[in-house]
Unconditional design. Sequence first.
Length: 327
Amino acid sequence: MALIRTLAGYFQTSEKFVGEVLKRRIRSNIESAHNLASLKSSVTAHEYKSAHYMLNSTLRGKKFVEWAKKHSIIPQSARRALDIGAGYGGLTAALNDEGLASVGVELERSYVDMARMNLEGKSADLRVGDILQMNPTELGTFDFITCIAVIEHVNDVESLLRRISDLLNPGGAVVLQSPNHRAIQNVIGDIHHRIFGVQLLSYSAARRSHEFDFPPQNAYTIGEMFNSGRYLLMMERAGLRGRKIPFDADLPSEEKLFDDLRVVAEKTASLSASDKYDWFLRIELVQKCAAYIADYSSALNSHIIDGNRDFLERFVEPVWTFIGQKS
């Protein structure tokens, strides 16, 4: 099929992977589609977004590696790399393409099955399992470890960081990413399920809210999230010299910052007047949102008056990136 060959070339993956993605994610008729643009016009927005995310795995991995090289994060002497939470294998593949002996570990077998199609013809090693339950001796040690979009799903972050430290060779480095649960865009809609306000709740309350929004088979997989200082402290306890990468994206305009605040205020008022959730959960969420609005407003005013950079880290950065090095 010409479409599959075209997409495989564009996304730098195998035809087998493309075919499986289309089979799993597209229900619309795509017989007339011959490239990405015609595919987009032939399917629903949800189908396109879902398929594009999977197909784009390798290109995302390559983009990450280019960023890591730009910031000199991968040790020059690195020989082995570990990707924790390998997903569809894009980052594992990109590390392999850089000449590293890369190992990808993923909890879900279905993801690993797809990743193996994506990495067809490459020598990367993909394994199914929980990194905390795996035998570290069998894994070996590594010079570079990535843990992207994983840490928020882990119930015991400190144990994960200690395991990472144990797996790192002296002089090795790890890159960790965590969603900023107080970034205003993540409050308007959380990074995983796009539900308003849920990331302001305690872990137990967030689980309860999830039960109202999703059927029982959709388990809540988000653990407790912390502020950036807490993550750095846990890294230090694990024997890693940690630092946070400064926010380097363009700052939204003042108009956008105030518009986002207005959206949160309107959603809070709407929630207060609704019958969504049980009474206790709804009151807790409304109170959390009201407190957030006050904190955000105060920090925004301070940022406008004296350029307080703390506002960006607390309320704007959607994702925090940390680098940990082992002495």
